[in-house]
Design a protein around this ligand. Structure first.
Ligand SMILES: CC(C)(COP(=O)(O)OP(=O)(O)OC[C@H]1O[C@@H](n2cnc3c(N)ncnc32)[C@H](O)[C@@H]1OP(=O)(O)O)[C@@H](O)C(=O)NCCC(=O)NCCS
Length: 135
C-alpha cells in the first residue's frame, strides 16, 4: 500500500478552522511568531472570506495538515505558498507532499512557477522543500 493512500485533501471549510487554529497556536514554529489560537482563527477566517486557497489534509477522519496559498503572490508572477503545516503525529507520512502537490496543480493552471519562503533556522522545512525539488 502506498503511504499516501489514506490521505484525503479537500478545500478547508469554516468548520475545520478551530482544530487548525489550535494546531497552529501549539506548534513551536508559529509560537515563535506569537501566533495565538485567536489570531490563527481570525487569519484563517479572513483568508477564507477573501477567497484565498486553503486546503486541509484528512487522515482517518482527523485533520492532519493544511496548506494556504495564493495564485499570484510574487509580484503577480508566481503562485505563493503562504503556509504549510502538518500536525506532529502525521509527519513523515507523505501528508506535506500531498498538500504541496495539490497547491502545485491548482497554481499551475494560472502561473508557471511556485514561490515560497522558509526561515533560515527551519532546516526540516528546507530539507522537505529540497526533496520536492525547490531551490
Ligand atoms: C515541513 C512539513 C510540512 C513536512 O510535512 P511532512 O508531511 O512531514 O512531509 P512528508 O512526509 O511529505 O516528507 C516528504 C519528504 O521531505 C523530507 N522531510 C520532511 N520533513 C523533514 C524534516 N523535518 N527533516 C528532514 N527531511 C524532511 C522527508 O525526508 C520526505 O522524504 P522521503 O519521501 O524521502 O521520506 C512538516 O514537517 C511541518 O508541518 N513542519 C512544521 C511546520 C513547518 O516547518 N512548515 C513549513 C514552514 S516554511
Amino acid at each position: 500500500m502506498n503511504r499516501t493512500d489514506a490521505i484525503n485533501v479537500r478545500p478547508m471549510t469554516m468548520a475545520d478552522i478551530p482544530a487548525l487554529a489550535r494546531f497552529l497556536a501549539q506548534d513551536p514554529l508559529w509560537r515563535r511568531y506569537n501566533v495565538s489560537e485567536k489570531k490563527a482563527r481570525l487569519a484563517l477566517e479572513a483568508a477564507s472570506c477573501d477567497g484565498e486557497e486553503l486546503y486541509i489534509a484528512v487522515v482517518d477522519g482527523q485533520p492532519a495538515g493544511l496548506i494556504w496559498f495564493l495564485h499570484q503572490g510574487t509580484f503577480g508572477r508566481s503562485g505563493y505558498i503562504r503556509l504549510i503545516g502538518v500536525l506532529p503525529q502525521f509527519r513523515g507520512r507523505g501528508v506535506g507532499t500531498r498538500l504541496m502537490a495539490t497547491a502545485e496543480v491548482i497554481i499551475g493552471r494560472k502561473a508557471g512557477s511556485v514561490f515560497l519562503l522558509t526561515s533560515d533556522f527551519n532546516e526540516g522545512a528546507q530539507a522537505f522543500y529540497r526533496r520536492l525539488g525547490y531551490r
